[in-house]
Design a protein around this ligand. Sequence first.
Ligand SMILES: CC(C)(COP(=O)(O)OP(=O)(O)OC[C@H]1O[C@@H](n2cnc3c(N)ncnc32)[C@H](O)[C@@H]1OP(=O)(O)O)[C@@H](O)C(=O)NCCC(=O)NCCS
Length: 348
Amino acid sequence: MTRTRIAGIGMYVPQNVVSNDALASVMDTSDEWIQERTGIRERRYATRFEDTTTTMGVAAAKVAMERANVSPSDIDFVIFATLSPDYYFPGCGVLAQRLLGLKEIGALDIRNQCSGFIYALSVADQFIKTGMYKNILLMASETHSYGLDFSTRGRNVSVIFGDGAGAVVLQPSTDGRGILSTHLHSDGSEAEMLSMINPGFHAGKFVAAKKPKTPQQPFGGLFITKDLVENDDVYPYMDGQLVFKKAIVKLPEVIMEALNASNYRPSDIHLLIPHQANLRINQMVQHALRLRDDQVYNNIQKFGNTTAASIPIALCEAWENGRVQDHDLVCLAAFGSGFTWGSALLKW
Ligand SMILES: CC(C)(COP(=O)(O)OP(=O)(O)OC[C@H]1O[C@@H](n2cnc3c(N)ncnc32)[C@H](O)[C@@H]1OP(=O)(O)O)[C@@H](O)C(=O)NCCC(=O)NCCS
């Protein structure tokens, strides 16, 4: 049976370490509040005018490709997951294809926010298992720091997020190792509760209060308006408590779904790598599944929430630290904006 295995993994985080105290110097927050509520001690911010979501993804990809022992000419498909793309369009996939000097292969952009890596992995898995591609390069990268609201008004969101990238090279394997199953879910009924809807083409359709004041013109003028800029209505919005409550239900559910699909129990997991959104969420998931400390990997303390990049960054760091060994049962799980959530179970 052909499975999809991670043949190489890499990560890139920018050098700029930003402490909680540094944030407290620009907004009304504190190291104590941030650590107590989220576990985050520091995060990385991209080097301004130098790093972008694409360049960071490419930096991680180069490491992953070297470790997989593949060259740019071997790559036959590219997937790029992000919620903070360099351009509104085209997506980062083609920008990465250009920077890496890849052939005229397909480049797919995935925008499933915190679940982006799991969604992308699932898509790649289907292409590999059917035999369509042999070397898929998957990048997940985020540059949150360029666009957050660093005034006190935006503090519940801004203190959480960090920048960085992870990447994997995916190949077919026939020795039983690789992805056992992936499980994807969504529920758009509360889509706006964790969202950045502006600038956008929604014209206020779903949220009456967000209807743009139409300028005196017959066409256009509904995407970026002066109002949006003047009212600072161009930042992410999050109902943190709602997200928290959903996450601690859906994550254990989707992890159990993955385990049940292959007749495993939580005690069989060598390492669970949950999305790094909040240490308290992950501790509650660990408790719900009765997992030991050594079965769960967290690094949000150092990097904050890097959205699509958080799982590959954590997986890469865990592998580099020897926490993931050949044939280990590894479970990945994410929950985030959409809402979307998912899991993947793999034999490393
Ligand atoms: C964001 C989060 C840490 C906020 O913690 P919380 O306990 O829910 O806090 P609340 O939003 O209810 O706010 C509590 C108080 O802290 C204040 N506060 C919010 N952010 C703050 C900050 N950075 N510093 C200091 N105070 C802050 C609020 O203004 C509020 O004050 P008030 O009681 O005077 O009105 C938490 O809800 C969370 O992590 N949710 C999940 C987020 C998540 O996973 N997002 C990503 C999904 S991919």
